[in-house]
Write a new protein. Structure first.
Length: 384
């Protein structure tokens, strides 16, 4: 029994009933040794079983359907729809496989194929982040299958995903571009863009916004279902004025929906399903290139950072699960680092700085995340 390295991975070697066995041990010697120790313990206690022999014979396509019906359809509508869209592509590649036949090698081959597609067709909008989301679905399906007792191992191992920091997109509007875009906005697209740019909401969240979730007295927007759970967004003056001025549909609960006099039968009061055509035309008229609707969210975050908002505030406003997701914007705060260091001098009694109770209070306030700070941050982006 022992561990050894092959390529970039570590493997474990052991014997069961005289039969030689080897399997992946992880990406470090310590990880491999820990796994081997666990196997030794199972063999000693008589609890060892060959994992490869007990996986249920379920095809990839069958399990995708089971996973959706049992798990994904209970998620937010946008999340469930994205799953159905993505799984179509996954089924095309893995449809001939049993779940138990899929290995880390197959996952890497799929990644390579997707990036090859992107290289041959720039219009596909396939990025490493896109591929990561696709692989994450496979990983989550295996994890759920393990929990249900259908499988015992997950081929989507640690380190197999692309490092998104190496590919992170952070395209945002310049103030000149923002002005040009504003001049080309009309109809329902105009308030949708204004709300997005001043709240950082995702397109699906804006299109599914209901009047009952808009608290004009407290100036809050409540989002009952987002990718990261329930959220609430502060409503700055621009958003407040935009929503107040927007004409309500006489019977619909949705803020942005087809008007009562729409020529499309059966669509009156239903939320807009897409703004792609109107958006592409507006961007083209404004002469702005390489800019997606989702980049409005990047623009929101970027201007918050450049306005001096701290990363914790930005993370809260974006609804990020972890600070790691927000750190992509940290480079934009370089011009504010000097100011931050200068503020530190007010807390020391030596040198030229004067130590006062007022300055101490300001320093403490700068460390606290409060509703007032959030509102101030949102109101200071200085765009539409």
């Amino acid at each position: 029994m022992g561990v050894y390295k092959r390529g970039d991975s570590w493997w474990i070697l052991y014997y069961v009933n005289g039969e030689r066995k080897r399997e992946p041990g992880g990406h470090s010697k310590r990880e491999a040794e820990a796994k081997l120790g666990k196997v030794k313990g199972e063999i000693f206690e008589g609890k060892y079983f060959d994992k490869r022999r007990i996986d249920k014979k379920i095809t990839f396509s069958e399990f995708c359907d089971t996973y959706y019906n049992t798990h994904m359809r209970l998620k937010a509508s946008g999340t469930a729809e994205r799953f159905l869209h993505t799984v179509k592509r996954l089924k095309q590649y893995f449809s001939g496989y049993l779940m138990s036949e899929i290995t880390a090698k197959h996952i890497k081959q799929y990644q390579a194929k997707r990036l090859e597609e992107a290289a041959h067709n720039k219009k596909t909008n396939i990025s490493p982040s896109t591929v990561n989301r696709e692989i994450a679905i496979i990983r989550n399906m295996f994890n759920m299958g393990i929990e249900w007792g259908d499988f015992v191992d997950n081929p989507v191992t640690k380190g197999i995903m692309f490092n998104e920091k190496d590919y992170a997109r952070n395209r945002f509007l310049s103030q000149d571009e923002a002005a040009k875009l504003y001049n080309e906005l009309n109809g329902h697209l105009k308030p949708i863009v204004i709300v997005t740019l001043n709240t950082g909401m995702r397109l699906g969240e804006v299109l599914n916004l209901k009047w009952k979730d808009c608290n004009f007295e407290q100036r809050r927007i409540y989002l009952p279902k987002t990718k990261t759970g329930k959220k609430e967004k502060p409503m700055n003056q621009i958003v407040y004025d935009t929503l107040v001025a927007w004409q309500k549909h006489p019977t619909s609960d949705y803020v942005f929906c087809h008007p009562a006099d729409t020529p499309h039968a059966g669509f009156s009061g239903k939320p807009f399903g897409s703004i792609k055509t109107a958006w592409n035309k507006a961007i083209e008229r404004a002469g702005i290139s390489n800019f997606r609707f989702h980049d409005l969210r990047h623009t929101f975050a970027s201007y918050l950072v450049m306005s001096g908002a701290d990363m914790k505030t930005v993370s809260e406003l974006l609804g990020h699960k972890t600070m790691t997701m927000t750190e992509r914007y940290s480079h934009l705060s370089d011009s504010h680092k000097q100011k931050a260091v200068e503020r530190l001098s007010t807390n020391f009694s030596f040198g030229t700085a004067t130590k006062t109770a007022t300055r101490k209070k300001e320093a403490v306030d700068n460390l606290q995340l409060s509703d007032d700070k959030i509102n101030e941050a949102v109101s200071g982006t200085g765009l539409l």
